[in-house]
Design a protein around this ligand. Structure first.
Ligand SMILES: Cc1cc2nc3c(=O)[nH]c(=O)nc-3n(C[C@H](O)[C@H](O)[C@H](O)COP(=O)(O)OP(=O)(O)OC[C@H]3O[C@@H](n4cnc5c(N)ncnc54)[C@H](O)[C@@H]3O)c2cc1C
Length: 582
């Protein structure tokens, strides 16, 4: 080795040692979160609200600018609200329900409309089941709102431009090798646990050898992000998704903001083309073609390619490393469930990790993360795949099965849209795709961290639209408008994210005393809230002496149906068992 190389190596080593020391000295974080996408961001905020310090890193130096997700559903908004990120502020940044309330099946944007359906429950009626109906906001704006809260939170150490390049399980934690993306400087640091929220292409998952189950490459897409004011073309037909069926241009136009921000999703064959073949000029031509008329000004901002998969990781945990969000499951975007499923992963995992780190729960509690969340991901993945497949039924009706006759069939149908019953039926069959209220709110858990969850009949979840609030163990506490301290509030607002809550009947004095001794949050019917529409027993099916034990994630851990001979012993035994202390 030459003298120069030796000196350079020494300098690099010194820098490395310096960076390593600086990192160790700086970081009090118990948890490393890899990936500051929406799931990593929410995980960090949820842990902070539990008093747990985390280090949140992302290999990107800046927040992304290209929009992906747009639909942020009620449960995700509830989670945001629970960590102090205002759901109303998020809504104010997004498209209004009037603007984004429809899905349209078009020839081109300016061409014939083959049908339209409402997009999810964004109306007043949804307020009886959620305080925060679904809203449409471009993902970069959503992430910016979370980042603002993160920057104000001393328990989160956010570092952008830092990649995790390796992990090593140790006896009492995880050693992570990190690399500054700009300088290549490496360091090692130690954490109690690591959350891999590093997205669909998770390298952490790959290095751990965790396989994915389900189809990997259903369709390859080019995502063209462009800016254009298309309000004059769409004011009479506002919407958030415009499926384009003209046989010469396939794709979906996503209107994040009809006045400025759009994406064209266009399938391509990677065996014949690459992303590089999609020059700005070609993208402009594709966008213009999908619009179907010349728009005043179109600016191509960004293009990327991605693969549509319907996969769920075989396991969500390896030792002290947990997968969350797209790292654990990658769905077709047909259903708007990717980000939203990941947000609930973060919620489910954060309180469990916090309880174990605070010595309030045993390691067994962490097993319930996969037991509870993986089945939800499988249902959501299958539904997203079904939705994607159903769109092809519509293609068949509009274009037929023979490519050389597609244009003629399309034109014949376009000339007589109202007369086709087949078309009307095919449009109607798409409805569940755009109304998944029950998937968003109705999922239930059955694990060791729930006591007495009923075994659901097979197929109980198949009605994906019709949400039926449930007070059974394993269900999420339903939203109700209740009166609290003279004000109308959602019952959910009385359930703090950092504590178990005893939701007590008006005469549940014994359970309240026992919960008081355990320093649980207590919310008693008649004292802390009243419900003008229903009394306690009608609502919950419990006697006035009964109570519900609610977990920090809002799920009912156990129903304390009747008075006990020894409330404290029974409550403590139940808690110990579901926290894996027994
Ligand atoms: C067109 C489109 C539309 C969609 N619409 C919706 C929708 O309406 N609703 C919905 O719920 N979902 C939707 N989705 C899905 C949604 O975008 C994803 O599910 C969501 O981004 C997943 O969030 P995440 O935090 O798990 O991963 P990501 O958002 O992918 O974030 C992962 C982060 O990890 C970082 N990272 C990766 N590797 C490393 C490493 N080694 N070290 C450090 N950092 C690393 C990345 O830089 C990235 O910032 C859509 C997706 C697409 C493509």
């Amino acid at each position: 080795m030459t003298k120069e190389k030796n000196e350079a190596n020494l300098k690099n080593e010194n820098t490395l040692i310096y960076f390593f020391r600086a990192t160790v000295a700086m970081s009090k974080a118990q948890i490393l979160i890899v990936g500051a996408g929406p799931v990593g961001q929410l995980a960090a905020l949820l842990l902070a609200r539990q008093g747990i310090a985390s280090r949140l890193i992302d290999r990107r130096r800046h927040l992304p600018t290209a929009p992906k997700a747009h639909a942020v559903n009620p449960r995700t908004l509830e989670i945001c609200e629970s960590v102090g990120v205002s759901a109303e502020a998020i809504r104010a940044e997004g498209a209004s329900a009037n603007d984004a309330g429809w899905v349209r099946f078009m020839g081109t944007l300016a061409g014939p409309e083959f049908g339209a359906l409402p997009y999810e429950r964004q109306d007043e009626a949804a307020l009886s089941d959620t305080p925060y109906p679904l809203t449409n906001i471009p993902q970069p704006k959503f992430e910016a709102a979370l980042e603002k809260a993160i920057n104000a939170e001393p328990l989160i150490e956010l570092q952008r431009g830092v990649a995790c390049i390796d992990t090593r399980e140790e006896a009492n934690g995880v050693m992570a090798t990190l690399e500054e993306t700009e300088t290549g400087v490496r360091s090692e640091s130690h954490y109690d646990y690591l959350i891999a929220a590093d997205g669909a292409g998770s390298q952490i998952r790959e290095r751990l050898g965790i396989a994915m189950e389900g189809p990997e490459a259903l369709q390859h897409n080019i995502m063209i992000h462009f800016e254009a004011d298309l309000t004059s073309l769409t004011d009479a037909r506002p919407g958030v998704l415009y499926f384009v069926f003209d046989p010469s241009i396939q794709g979906v136009l996503i209107a994040y903001d009809r006045a400025s921000t759009w994406v064209l999703m266009h399938p391509y064959d990677p065996g014949k083309e690459t992303l590089e073949d999609y020059t700005d000029a070609r993208c402009l031509a594709l966008v213009t073609h999908a619009i179907g008329t010349s728009a005043p000004s179109i600016k191509i901002c960004n293009k990327s390619n991605w693969v549509m998969s319907a996969q769920v990781a075989q396991t969500y945990r390896k030792g002290r490393i947990f997968l969350a969000g797209d790292a654990a499951h990658r769905f077709p975007p047909t259903g708007g469930l990717g980000l939203n499923t990941g947000a609930v992963d973060a919620q489910n995992l954060a309180w469990k990790l916090a309880a174990v780190l605070k010595g309030e729960a045993g390691d067994g509690l962490l097993e319930s993360y996969e037991t509870e969340r993986r089945p939800v991901a499988i249902v959501n993945s299958e539904q997203s795949l079904t939705n994607a497949a159903k769109i092809f039924d519509l293609v068949a009706v509009i274009q037929g099965f023979e490519p050389d006759k597609a244009q003629a069939q399309y034109e014949a149908l376009a000339a007589n849209i109202g007369a086709s019953e087949t078309l009307a039926c095919a449009v109607e069959a798409q409805r569940p795709h755009f109304d998944s209220f029950n998937l968003q709110l109705g999922y239930r858990y059955n694990s060791a961290a729930i006591k007495g969850a009923p075994v659901l009949q097979t197929g109980a979840e198949t009605d994906i639209s019709n949400y039926q609030p449930s007070w059974e163990a394993g269900a999420h506490v339903p939203h109700r408008w209740v009166t609290h301290a003279g004000n109308e509030k959602s019952l959910l607002a009385l359930l703090p994210v950092h504590s178990f809550t005893l939701l007590a009947g008006p005469q549940a004095h014994g359970w309240c005393e026992a919960a008081h001794e355990k320093q649980l949050n207590i919310v008693k019917y008649g004292e802390d809230f009243t419900d003008t529409l229903s009394d306690w027993s009608d609502l919950t099916g419990l006697m006035p002496e009964g109570a519900l034990l609610v977990r920090p994630d809002g799920h009912i851990a156990m129903r304390l149906a009747r008075p006990s001979a020894d409330h404290a012993t029974e409550l403590n035994a139940g808690l110990a068992s579901l926290l894996s202390l027994a």
